[in-house]
Design a protein around this ligand. Structure first.
Ligand code: ATP
Ligand code: MG
Length: 422
């Protein structure tokens, strides 16, 4: 009996699913190559301070979702809840400002957030993360959005919408914040408890509350884009021009403010109607003040993160193709001691030639081995019986047609190769 279970909110990705993940990851790596983003592997835990300062102390992520622990040296460490802060930390630490700008990086791996688990929401989940660090050009924002759209397109996903907004910068945000607070003040008592607590600390987030009462109240609230300073306004115009040039359809969502404090100017999401409440497949935007927030010099950046589980979920719901599921090509059946040695050798020959093959390792009978071949979904079975070995032959059975032929041993590889390409 298994009494120890996986912790709440995490999942095992088993073979039935892992090959689909591999397809998405491979596609991501191809898109990255085409857009000239280089892959990096960053640590899964970082100093807690990185996220506290980088993500922002008033965000949901930092306030209640982080996995924080103390190591044996008494340091406070945190399992990364997202990648942008780590990417910028790595950029600064490795003096990537010395490289041609912007530095374009991508990475894939697990993130950790203590959230209420539900469909499409886990405590350990994977993100594909793309970041372009070191340019203010709105066309980099356009490129990042185009990259995400291209990725989803290559994955065959349909019915996706790009929503954009601009959340301004430290120049225009305070003016908007004041207007927003003034607008909300008469309704303070009607807001949900979370929003009431956000009123002073982070009123912008009230715009994105899902509570129907809060939504009704904020229906006509001051929009961030009406308060943009000239620089942010110009940047937002540049973003729209670039998206138009590429013919990328988008809509403006004035409620899109994103959960992380470091965002400046562009905020965007790609949403899917097929995901229900957790409808964001990816989210991103610009974070020109993140580098400074974590103690580095001012370095603009823009990027996005896409949830791998949500991508796979959407693709499954839409019946998208994950390419060809890897399958077993040959199963070698052998009974006696001598035959099993021959089987080992034959299997090795196949494997060296890139033909996937397997055999029984549990002393099964002939019937048992045939059954196993079937269960493993083998395309063909090679039978190495006493007779066959004596005659230096192999019986090859096509598991689909049931057809069986004898071929000389040295022709087995060529025969199978030909058969598999038929
Ligand atoms: P949400 O609105 O779903 O909470 P978020 O704004 O917190 O998303 P981001 O921090 O932008 O999400 O992360 C980018 C992407 O990572 C999301 O669009 C989503 O696809 C995925 N994601 C975020 N949190 C989770 C989670 N707990 N489980 C699975 N995927 C997640
Ligand atoms: Mg969230």
């Amino acid at each position: 009996m298994v009494s120890i279970k996986a912790p709440r909110g995490v999942r095992d990705i088993l073979p039935e699913e892992s090959w689909k993940w591999a397809f998405v990851l491979k596609t991501a790596s191809e898109v990255a190559q085409d857009f000239n983003y280089k892959e990096v592997h960053l640590p899964i835990f970082e100093q807690t301070e990185l996220f506290a300062r980088g993500v922002g102390s008033t965000t949901d992520v930092v306030e209640k979702e982080m996995y924080i622990f103390e190591d044996r040296g008494g340091r406070s460490l945190t399992l990364r809840p997202e990648l942008s802060a780590s990417m910028v930390r790595s950029y600064l630490e490795n003096r990537m400002d010395q490289r041609p700008q912007p530095v374009k990086l991508w990475s894939a791996g697990p993130m950790f957030r203590y959230e209420r688990p539900q469909k499409g929401r886990y405590r350990q989940f994977w993100q594909l993360d793309f970041e372009a660090i070191g340019s203010q050009d709105p066309y980099v924002d356009v490129e990042v959005i185009a990259l995400s759209v291209e990725l989803f397109k290559r994955l065959g996903m349909r019915g996706l919408d790009v929503v954009i907004n601009s959340v301004g910068c430290p120049v225009c945000r305070p003016v908007h914040k004041e207007a927003l607070q003034k607008f909300l003040e008469p309704h303070l008592e009607e807001l949900c408890p979370t929003c009431r607590s956000r009123y002073n600390r982070n009123p912008l987030r009230i715009l994105d509350c899902k509570n129907p009462t809060c939504r009704a109240i904020t229906e006509n609230a001051p929009k961030t884009i009406s308060y943009l300073c000239p620089e942010c306004k110009e940047h937002f115009e540049g973003l729209k021009v670039g998206l138009d040039v590429l013919g990328l359809h988008y809509s403006i969502d004035n409620r899109l403010v994103r959960g992380l404090d470091y965002y400046t100017k562009t905020a965007y999401e790609v949403i899917s109607g097929d995901l229900g409440a957790q409808n964001a497949v990816c989210g991103g935007g610009r974070y020109d003040n993140l580098a400074e927030a974590i103690g580095g010099k001012h370095t603009p950046g823009v990027g996005f993160a896409a949830g791998l589980e949500r991508i796979v979920l959407t693709m499954e719901q839409q019946g998208c193709s994950f390419g060809k599921e890897p399958s077993l090509e040959v199963f070698v059946v052998a009974l006696g001691d001598f035959e099993r040695k021959e089987a080992l050798k034959l299997m090795q020959e196949f494997r060296i030639e890139g033909i996937s093959s397997d055999m029984d390792f549990n002393g099964k009978s002939f019937k048992g081995q045939m059954k196993l071949a079937n269960q493993l979904g083998a395309a063909c079975v090679c039978i190495l019986g006493e007779e066959e070995i004596k005659a230096k032959k192999i019986s090859i059975k096509d598991m689909v047609t049931g057809e069986q032929v004898e071929v000389p041993k040295e022709e087995a590889v060529t025969f199978i190769k030909k058969k598999l390409t038929e």
